[in-house]
Design a protein around this ligand. Structure first.
Ligand SMILES: [Zn+2]
Ligand SMILES: [Zn+2]
Length: 254
């Protein structure tokens, strides 16, 4: 009986091994061979710029060097964002773009566990304070065409790593927003009133601290739109965690 159980167990594992032989694991960014699935090759790993201190405490904008007593960037000092704190794993640039696009277009969902671990590490402080974790919602017409919401997948994995409750549906997108509007003011107008908390989810939000998750933060307008809707619904705080951050060069005083 023991031999039979062992034979059955090895047969059950066989398809996965066979698949490994047929489809050798590929690096997410360059497509080169790697030792195990869902990993990056060493060259691509080296090209990624992971973000961390010194940075703005509020928006995670990286500082070139630490300045005694400086906790906020000039932009946050002049106009604080609607969300309370933001953190990001890595910089969106030539070194990370291919990997992020492959994930977005669902070709490389095998990267999700790696990204989930990265998010849990970069967002440790925010996850510890969060009552619940929620994704930036995709408009249903876009969900339909793209088949999955990468923000929801990331939010679920980050919540799982930190054992926090995951709520996929506390926000809804009321109108379809144009994805490529340039400029912060244009983006802010574009998302005004675009997000809302459905009546059946108000109880889950009231008095709770929410951690919002998305794949890439560009101007932050989408995340601010979501944060505004959550705060209007009574959230006690809203933090933001993204895989990537687009770091635009800023001139002094901007
Ligand atoms: Zn590579
Ligand atoms: Zn800042």
């Amino acid at each position: 009986m023991v031999a039979w159980a062992m034979l059955m167990a090895s047969l059950r594992k066989a398809p996965a091994r066979l698949l490994d032989l047929l489809l050798p694991p590929r690096c997410a960014a360059c497509g080169g061979a790697v030792a195990e699935a869902g990993a990056l090759c060493s060259a691509c790993w080296g090209a990624i710029e992971f973000l961390g201190p010194p940075a703005c405490r509020r928006c995670a904008y990286p500082f070139e060097f630490e300045i005694e007593g400086q906790t906020l960037c000039a932009a946050c000092s002049a106009r604080p964002p609607v969300f309370d704190r933001a953190r990001a794993v890595l910089r969106y640039d030539d070194g990370s773009r291919n990997m992020l696009l492959a994930f977005k277009h669902a070709d490389r969902t095998d990267l999700a566990p790696l990204f989930g671990r990265w998010l849990a590490r970069a967002g440790e402080e925010l996850l510890a304070d969060a009552d619940l974790v929620a994704p930036v919602p995709l408009h249903w017409t876009r969900l339909w065409s793209r088949r999955y919401n990468q923000a929801a997948l990331l939010a679920k994995l980050a919540a799982g790593e930190a054992r926090r409750p995951f709520f996929p549906d506390v926000l809804v997108r009321r109108k379809r927003t144009a994805p490529q509007k340039a400029g912060r003011a244009a983006r802010t107008r574009n998302v005004a009133g675009a997000f809302g908390v459905p009546a059946r989810r108000r109880m889950a939000i009231e008095g709770r601290r929410v951690l919002l998750v998305d794949d890439v933060r560009t101007t932050g307008a989408t995340l601010e739109g979501c944060a505004r809707a959550l705060k209007a619904a009574g959230a006690s705080g809203v933090d933001v965690l993204t895989l990537a951050l687009v770091v635009r060069p800023r001139t002094i005083g901007s």
